[in-house]
Design a protein around this ligand. Structure first.
Ligand code: NAP
Length: 307
């Protein structure tokens, strides 16, 4: 299915919003792309980079007369932003989001979306630890998953249109319930980020407490943790505040498993440790086979090398 819009609006032209705008441009999917951002700096950059044709401070000005609106603000601001620009929308418009948490967004937007507006909750599972329009790029979504979480009230043709947009961006699109999405993401994305935030904080504390040069010798695994722990603080604060139950459930299980390994180390139980690490090595191979092993930045580097 090919889609074309007279006007597409992107509310929040940061990393994700600007990458999506680049896709719409590159594929010729919109006659006009408008954007909205709070700061003059972001708006200026988005226009200067040619990502959007016009940028507005007030999202209502960006969405007026649009056929489709992509809400790409942090999770904690999505529902309020949608509520604020709702009166400015034309009838029949599609509004979709990119938030990393779904159940809360579905619950919070339900009471504010007009009956003649078609809301499609979505999450393109692709990103980097960077923020802002200058860090966006058109290949960001290529080969990654996009999860749509329609409810029984979601308009089916709007879902197909949103699916077509993300497929045009090179994504593999799947549908699931918002609750399932949040459970999967809690384990695959949110818990790993929490671990990275924790371990880097622990290293910093240890360095201060013991005077050991922990961070100076950062290498291998720890360096990867610092990259993840360098992710946007506001975005991740909002994710943990809006996916609380699923994250706490995963964390509980993680702590139980950590205790098993702690006990094995204390008891010098090599069998348990080796079995565990053998299992995880097998999983690593499966991830490589599924081609989910290359972070977006590395994929780009590989692409550059091939040119
Ligand atoms: P970003 O680069 O920081 O961009 C956020 C955009 O939203 C900016 O245009 C910002 O404007 C605007 N904004 C920030 N706070 C706002 C508020 N309170 N009200 C209205 N606008 C606000 O963030 P991003 O990485 O693109 O993330 C955007 C969304 O994508 C989030 O919902 C996130 O969960 C989701 N997501 C992110 C990733 C990822 O890895 N980054 C992956 C998938 C999905 P100013 O710059 O002017 O403040």
């Amino acid at each position: 299915m090919t889609v074309h819009f007279h006007k597409a609006a992107i509310v929040g032209v940061g990393l994700i919003g600007s990458s999506l705008a680049r896709v719409l441009r590159a594929r010729g999917m919109a006659d006009e792309i408008t954007g909205a951002a709070r700061s003059e700096k972001t708006r200026g950059a988005a226009v200067a980079l040619g990502v959007v044709d016009r940028a507005f401070e007030n999202p209502a000005d960006a969405v007026a007369d649009a056929d489709i609106v992509f809400v790409c603000t942090p999770v904690g601001a999505i529902a309020q932003t949608v509520a604020d620009f709702m009166p400015a929308l034309k009838s029949g418009v599609i509004v979709t989001d990119v938030g990393s948490v779904k159940a809360e967004i579905v619950a919070q937007t339900a009471p504010v979306v007009r009956p003649d507006v078609r809301f499609v909750p979505a999450h393109p599972v692709a990103g980097t630890e960077k923020s802002g329009p200058e860090n966006g790029f058109v290949e960001l979504f290529e080969g990654r998953w996009c999860i749509l979480t329609p409810t029984e009230k979601t308009d089916a043709s709007a879902v197909e249109t949103v699916r077509a947009v993300w497929e045009a961006a090179g994504m593999k699109v799947e549908e699931m319930s918002p609750e399932r999405h949040d459970r999967v993401m809690a384990l695959m994305s949110h818990l790993p980020h929490l671990i990275a935030y924790t371990i880097v904080g622990t290293a910093d504390d240890m360095e201060k407490d013991t005077g050991a040069d922990v961070i100076k010798y950062a290498a291998g695994g720890f360096r990867d943790f610092t990259r993840i722990a360098g992710s946007d603080p506001v975005m991740w604060r909002d994710i943990f505040l809006n996916n609380t139950d699923a994250v706490l459930d995963c964390l509980q299980r993680f702590c139980e498993d950590l205790t098993v390994l702690q006990k094995a180390i204390r008891r010098r139980d090599g069998r348990t440790l080796q079995d565990w690490f053998t299992r995880t090595r097998r999983i690593r191979r499966e991830v490589i086979d599924a081609r989910q092993d290359q972070p977006e930045n590395e994929k780009l580097l590989l692409k550059d090398k091939k040119k």
